[in-house]
Design a protein around this ligand. Structure first.
Ligand code: HEC
Length: 112
């Protein structure tokens, strides 16, 4: 009877470890997926903005953005509607989540 009890405890422990391992893996995978589905602001910036504002927001044909302390809401509005005459509107090109991520990214750019 005593031995049986102990065997039961050991089996329970093994089951717990196995279950834990099999649950931990999908959880980690899910987390990765979440990160991947979040827009990569640096990538969006590089593909759409760097050509005119510089890879680090240092300015080129467009004005410098880094170190300007632009508010994220300001950046979002400008990027979405454009700023005449030369700043194009991206409202129809970028998704709302991309605009938001981009606005946060640009507003926190630091001058080098
Ligand atoms: C074709 C070149 C071009 C592209 C591409 C471009 N911009 Fe601009 N941007 C400009 C110009 C030029 C201005 C200045 C507009 C003016 O004042 O007439 C400007 C202005 C801005 C301003 C306002 C700056 C200030 O000090 O008020 C922000 C913010 C901005 N751009 C962000 C972006 C972001 C973010 C992207 C990428 C989605 C982007 N721009 C893409 C040319 C560009």
């Amino acid at each position: 009877m005593r031995l049986r009890h102990r065997t039961g405890a050991v089996l329970f422990a093994i089951a717990a470890v196995t279950l834990n391992a099999s649950f931990a893996y999908p959880a980690a995978k899910l987390k990765d997926k979440k990160v991947a589905s979040k827009p990569n602001a640096a990538k969006v910036y590089g593909a759409n903005c760097a050509g005119c504002h510089g890879a680090h927001g240092e300015g080129k044909s467009g004005p410098q953005l880094a170190g300007k302390h632009l508010k994220a809401s300001t950046v979002e509005a400008i990027v979405s509607k454009g700023k005449p005459p030369k700043m194009p509107a991206f409202g129809g090109k970028l998704k709302g989540s991309e605009l938001k991520a981009l606005a946060g990214y640009v507003s926190s750019m630091k001058a080098k």
